[in-house]
Design a protein around this ligand. Structure first.
Ligand SMILES: Cc1cc2nc3c(=O)[nH]c(=O)nc-3n(C[C@H](O)[C@H](O)[C@H](O)COP(=O)(O)OP(=O)(O)OC[C@H]3O[C@@H](n4cnc5c(N)ncnc54)[C@H](O)[C@@H]3O)c2cc1C
Length: 501
């Protein structure tokens, strides 16, 4: 623990935002625009001169590279232990290396948030903050020029999933269509591009890259600064925006978390908050791969341009199964099991929109350099819901690709292969080779009852402390049905608004 003496000799800011990622850039930018003296601290480098970051077509090159925290996960008894959880370590965070699929989640998701205890985060409450995001982040719909994309959309119509303008109006029904992307002329419109360098605001935040925050500085339960790789910095308020793994890690290192677990790794508990690092959720993603009869024409923007939504359990909430259509054989996890691949092919990746399995992020020691233990507990929900959606997804993927509309393209099913028809064999395949859509959320959830797992109040301040907020995907109480980057930005907008109220 660090006392105030360490702080008094150092520079001081109104607000320090820890993590120059998707939500952190938004929070810092909006605070600066409101006249707050804010410092944004990012562990990774600046993104502004990096072609491999700015050109969205190159996103896959970034995974596992020098700009990736590249987390391993705990052994998964019912899932794929080989998954590497990519998290960007560069200004803009994951919005600087994601595939830029842009969704405002359906209203039903935020009704569920409010019902889960995120009071004041219902559909009407979040709408103005999404509007602010969309004023700043330009979106473009992918054209349907690619003939494979167009054929698959037609095949979906033949199985009862009509062409849909994803993301517009009352769109959240079974259907298929091209995505909207936060990409203009091939360049990603990340949080750093759109918020730190975009617009013409009167003021910009001070940004410090290549600086890792190792801990919070506390006076009792008042957060008064941060300890960084470059020294100790003081602040009236600290916003932790280090992502769904990094934020619970920083809180736990400061003694904020499940008290018994903290004691077990040699950390004196300061505030017993059982929800810190609990409630970890994700979109698990399976894959079905086909070779194609000839090379697939080049994508318009990037290899994942079409989304398909289905409702296999007739859930009144809306679709429970989503596919991304890949114009490539997405064979990273199937090749490891010896499934064949092809120089040209396509993939349908079923994912569980509102997965029910819950995992944990737990520090292993008091040392900030130790990577936390991340256990998604994939496919462990007691009702077997996640597994059932995934198996139905493999079956529906096959039905789509059996349609005449795609017969001109589709050749052989490479993985799991046409011989795998038994549901338990499909389940075994899809769980063993599952990947992630890279959407971890929920580890510092908004709520009203800390004893029931809430970590932050509806205004994003942390229970039991003063001078500390969290703003990133960790505050989502429930995983949205769709890709979450715009929702992370919405949280950033909301956090800045709360702090300048
Ligand atoms: C490969 C990939 C593809 C994806 N594709 C999409 C997509 O197409 N559409 C979509 O909506 N979502 C997508 N996502 C998910 C989405 O991008 C993320 O959920 C979202 O951007 C996370 O935002 P965040 O603010 O919570 O965290 P991040 O954006 O990860 O920001 C956290 C930041 O904090 C920094 N940091 C962490 N610890 C420290 C520390 N101790 N000190 C200083 N800095 C620190 C990190 O370096 C990082 O920059 C994808 C994610 C990945 C990984």
């Amino acid at each position: 623990m660090w006392d105030a003496d360490h702080v008094s000799t150092t520079e001081h800011h109104d607000v320090i935002v820890v993590g120059g990622g998707t939500a952190g850039c938004v929070t810092a930018a909006r605070l600066a625009e409101a006249g707050v003296a804010v410092l944004l601290i990012e562990a990774g480098p600046d993104d502004s001169d990096r072609d491999e970051v700015l050109q969205v077509r190159r996103w896959l090159e970034l995974l596992g590279g020098e700009l990736d925290w590249d987390y391993t996960i705990a052994p998964q008894p019912r899932g794929n232990s080989a998954i590497r959880h990519s998290r960007a370590r560069v200004l803009g965070g994951c919005s600087s290396h994601n595939s830029c699929i842009a969704f405002v989640p359906p209203d039903a998701d935020f009704s569920a948030w409010a019902a889960a205890g995120a009071v004041g985060w219902g559909p009407d409450d979040v709408a103005p903050f999404f509007s602010r995001v969309l004023e700043r982040v330009p979106l473009r719909r992918v054209s349907e020029e690619n003939p494979v994309n167009a054929s698959v959309i037609e095949a979906c119509a033949a199985v009862g999933l009509p062409p849909t303008v994803l993301g517009e109006g009352d769109w959240f029904h079974p259907g298929a269509g091209p995505f909207r992307l936060n990409v203009v002329d091939g360049l990603r419109q990340s949080a750093s591009v759109a918020y730190l360098r975009g617009g013409t605001p009167a003021a910009r935040p001070e940004v410090r890259c290549n600086t890792q925050v190792h801990g919070l500085v506390l006076e009792g339960t008042d957060v008064v600064g941060v300890r960084t790789s470059e020294g100790v910095l003081g602040a009236d308020h600290v916003v932790v925006a280090a992502g769904a793994f990094g934020s619970p890690q920083l809180l736990q290192l400061a003694g904020i978390g499940p008290a018994d677990d903290l004691r077990g790794v040699g950390i004196d508990p300061l505030v017993d908050l059982p929800g810190v690092g609990s409630n970890l959720q994700d979109h698990p993603e399976g894959v079905v791969i086909w070779s194609t009869r000839r090379p697939v024409p080049e994508p318009i923007v990037q290899e994942w341009e079409v989304g398909i939504f289905a409702n296999v359990h007739d859930d009144p909430h809306g679709p429970d199964l989503m596919f991304h259509l890949g114009l490539v054989p997405f064979d990273g996890h199937t090749a490891a099991y010896g499934y064949p691949t092809s120089p040209h092919g396509v993939s349908l990746t079923p994912n569980v929109c509102r997965a029910r399995s819950r995992g944990t992020v737990r520090v292993r020691s008091p040392h900030p350099g130790d990577v936390p233990a991340i256990d998604f507990a994939y496919f462990t929900d007691p009702e077997g819901y996640d597994e059932s959606v995934m198996v139905a997804g493999v079956e529906l993927a096959r039905e789509i690709m059996a349609q005449d509309r795609v017969a001109d393209w589709i050749d052989v099913e490479l993985a799991p292969g046409a011989a795998t028809t038994d549901r338990s064999a499909i389940s075994d395949y899809v769980r063993r080779t599952a990947n992630t859509v890279y959407h971890p959320v929920g580890t510092c959830a908004i709520g009203t009852d800390p004893s029931a797992g809430a970590v932050v109040r509806p205004d994003l301040s942390v229970y039991g402390l003063s001078g500390l907020s969290v703003a990133d995907t960790s505050v989502f109480p429930l995983i949205p049905s769709v890709n979450p980057a715009l929702t992370a930005m919405m949280v950033g907008e909301r956090c800045a608004a709360e702090l300048t109220r």
